[in-house]
Design a protein. Sequence first.
Length: 439
Amino acid sequence: MGRRGQSGNGGGGDVGVLLDTAVRGVVTAPEEGLDLALDTGASLLAASAGLWPAVSRAALGHADTAVGRCWSAGWRPADLVRVVRRDLKPVHLALAVDLIAAEGRRHPAAVLDRRWQEQLRELEAVVWWPSDEAYLSGFAQRHRLDRFALATVLLELLRSWGRLPPIAPVGPAPGRAAHSAHSARAEQRQRGPVAGEPRMLSRIRALLAKAESTDFPEEAEALTAKAQQLMAQHSIDEALLAVEGADPHAPGALRIGVDNPYEGPKTMLLDAVAAANRCRVVWAKEFGFCTVIGFDADLDGVELLYTSLLVQATHAMQQAGARQHLDGASRTKAFRQSFLVAYAARIRERLTEATERTTSDAAAGRHLREDGTAEQLVPDERLLPALKARTEAVDHEVGRMFPKLVSQRVRVSDGEGWAAGRAAADRASLRGRSGEIRG
């Protein structure tokens, strides 16, 4: 009775120490001792029934520190959620989004960069609970957990985040976003229907969405072709703006999740799209993501096109069906691995051809308008040197961010899968109608 009669501050302080001790024990526990550390920590927290509101407030306060430490170590909201999705359960994922939302109260939108804000929107990270004291009770009710089960989930999540190493940052942490000349110009140019997005990218997004949804291969080919044309032209326009001194920003980076199954071929596909758009890819297999390095407008296009092509490749691969050896054993995995490797290789060829052709047209003064029509302009001698300089700048940034890189091969063991993958890439990619890019 004496403990329950303590003031909120006193009880909260005791609970805070208890929580810190439980988290530290779980984070530092070796795998063979983890179950014991979890049971001990969760039992201590769950036993504080009369102080459960204080436990809730302390948990959110501790999570603020844990999440903020991850931001300082180079992680971003989508990264933390990806780690949880790969290693833990849906209930941990729901808790992770809530803790990110709670920590986000410390940072007004003005101090977050564009991609950070986009990630929070995609995660739907919002504070839904009426008070911090009521959070854990509300979460337990939503997910039908008792106090011990919820305490276990909390400790498991904080262990997962607490053991993450520092990684190369791909943008400023909250509060450190610089208002560059690029961002100032971006705010002034015409926007599409997606908040903060140039109208050209909105047009590309719409084309790719149609390519994914159509049941007619020829239509998908033409739509994807047009999207790549616009991406290449957009990159060229950005390069010329940089030459004029209106856009003197340096290369940036973003991270894109690449998960099993077939993570190797998926990475090859991302690398193919990135290379065709003057970007570089570095794969962090242990964390399930790739870092894409390039200039901002190119990065946006790479993410859009890769996502679309992956959808199309997966659909085509599933249509190709399962495969069996003569003895009846499954060879579907080998077939699909080879299918995706071949798909990525053929996409690389076709996208590279398209980029080279669009660049040649631009150097000759032929400019592709946003609506898909062309206009003849005076050739600009600065274009090719500008594009070369941007490629060199990207390579330099890769060396700075990742001074120690190794290459990795992806094996192909199914000839039928390889042939089917190349055929699917031909259908999904750049064989367009009259007036469009042809392979």
